[in-house]
Design a protein around this ligand. Sequence first.
Ligand code: B12
Length: 295
Amino acid sequence: MPNVSHLTTKEVARLFHVSDATVKRWEDAGMLTSERTGGGHRRFRAEEVARFQRSQGIGLNKCKNDDAVLRTVVRQRENKTSSDSPLFNALVEGCEEKANNLIIGEYLKGTSLTELFDQTISAAMREIGDLWYSGEITITQEHLATRIVYNSIHKLRNTIALPEPNGKLALCCTAEGDLHELPSHLAQIILENLGWEVVNFGANTPLYCLSDEVVQYKPDLICITAKTIPDAERFSREYKAFRDQTQKMKVPVVLGGQIFRDARFSDRFEAELIAEGFADFENFVMGLSEKNKNS
Ligand code: B12
């Protein structure tokens, strides 16, 4: 995993989509300061990279010559329901640029992906859900908030300097009948950051189709998220057959989301991990990579 508090020249270059030589030129010109390792290599503190990024407006804000790729919504609607969470405020204001800067800025300042996902993003989305439920925000505000988070995490995904691929493949999806697909994208980013390749089928994926893909791809891991399943009886029956297949093929399964933590169903969903959040997921995946390395 890259050291997010000290970045190498290559990592800074990938972050800003420039060459290593450009980063060295910035440093020589005194625009971006670095520290040196014992061996004389440059290391850039995340705070310094974030300061430089903000001062130059590179990457996260609008880019003059490439508007089409980086255009984000900067206008904001009136915010009648502010909270202590700056991300929540940016989301109810519908301000994509603010949300991007908060999410990517926090990462650049050294917050781990798991903290960002388990705390900042999940908490803000929970507040959005609660206010939608109580009628304090509209459905369009909730939809926009989700879309903004989705866009921001994929910007973050393109910002992260990835490690060498480890040759492992994971399949991710959301259960059939369920449209809550954000966690599958967050799981994808965690996996990619650990060197995995990921195929993500997104929302509403029937288990029988996923079974075919397991045969097709022969993955090293399967991750399924589920929050609300219309027919839990049918899903649990189908899951049993799916589980038999994955056990035969020795593919570990991770399940995550409210439905799998519901006491009424807890004995129906056997898996290698029922994740509480992304921190235990990351630990599990790191253990899996280690085990495979040693076997
Ligand atoms: C966004 C959203 C939607 C969007 C989803 C769009 C999308 N592209 O994802 C839309 C508009 C489609 C939607 C629809 C509905 N929604 Co909705 N939605 C939400 C909302 C606001 C956020 C969900 C979210 O992404 N959270 C962020 C993620 C990161 O957090 P999380 O899901 O809690 O996951 C945590 C863990 O469970 C774990 N985890 C979860 N999955 C996985 C997977 C893996 C592999 C791992 C490692 C970890 C993991 O990690 C996270 C912890 O860090 C929630 C509010 C809430 N409290 O969550 C309501 C919420 C889930 N929805 C709710 C409802 C009722 C609905 C609808 C039934 C509304 C309706 N009447 O139509 C429909 C159902 C549609 C369907 N068939 O699925 C209720 C569910 C209540 C319940 N217990 O049943 C909630 C809780 C809102 C509320 N307060 O009432 N929703």
